[in-house]
Design a protein around this ligand. Structure first.
Ligand SMILES: [Zn+2]
Length: 250
């Protein structure tokens, strides 16, 4: 619909139509407002990062005293910085304080995360000392669950087995991460596998645990103390995350 000026009888002046008026409003509105509208129209996928340990729980210690809780937070901050803008980034902790394993998973579920990455160091699950590792949650023994519980076609999956819904995607993400981290690994190899990891078990989204090096190994400790190396590790993880989302059409 056009609005015609009453003052002009012979040559009507055409003002803005509705689309033009909306465009003008967008142009004149403060940037943060229309950015918010756009965000509201297409919410960004949520990536929850979980820096392992914190507070009284320092995790693994390096021979020179570097603490796992500090390395995991440094990696999480670098990774968050690298992915911010493309995704909504949430950290389970953004400072030096402790969280229970259940709280970490709950934060991911509460934020309806599209992806959950728990960050660690140490040799807890590695078969050989040193190096990096990427794990996803392994399947619980089927015989331990009633037949109905393991059916993925219903919503009746028990909470302790909710990860089963996302196991294929978690495995795919793990593969992408391994490919990107291998060039940074000492021997070009990244340990991997499925384990019944508590922090991933109740996560209702694709979820992995990444060990960015073994702190008890002096070489790894030295590398992880270097902020440039931490940024390189975070950049490698970020590429894998972007590839994962792209392959999902997100
Ligand atoms: Zn740890």
């Amino acid at each position: 619909m056009w609005i015609i000026s009453k003052a002009s009888k012979t040559k009507p002046i055409r003002f803005f139509g509705l689309p033009a008026a909306l465009a003008l409003i967008l142009l004149l509105a403060p940037v943060h407002l229309w950015a918010g509208w756009l965000e509201g129209a297409a919410p960004l996928p949520v990536v929850v990062l979980d820096p392992g340990h914190g507070g009284n729980d320092a995790g693994a210690h390096g021979p020179s005293g570097l603490k796992e809780k500090d390395v995991t937070l440094a990696v999480a901050r670098a990774l968050s910085e690298s992915l911010a803008g493309s995704y909504r980034m949430v950290l389970t902790r953004d400072d030096d304080y402790g969280l229970s394993v259940g709280e970490r998973t709950s934060i991911a579920n509460h934020h309806r995360a599209t992806l959950f990455i728990s960050l660690h160091n140490g040799a807890g699950f590695t078969s050989a000392p040193g190096g990096m590792a990427v794990y996803f949650c392994g399947q619980v023994a089927r015989e331990a669950l009633p037949e109905a519980d393991v059916s993925l076609d219903t919503d009746l999956v028990p909470w302790r087995a909710v990860y089963l819904r996302h196991q294929a995607a978690s495995r795919r993400l793990a593969r992408l991460l391994i490919d990107r981290l291998e060039p940074l690994a000492d021997d070009g190899e990244v340990d991997s596998g499925a384990f019944p990891l508590l922090v991933l078990k109740g996560a209702d989204m694709p979820a992995v645990l990444v060990e960015t090096g073994c702190l008890t190994d002096p070489v790894d400790e030295q590398k992880l103390a270097d902020s440039d190396y931490v940024r390189a590790v975070a950049a490698a993880i970020a590429v894998a995350v972007r590839t994962f989302f792209k392959s999902n059409g997100q």
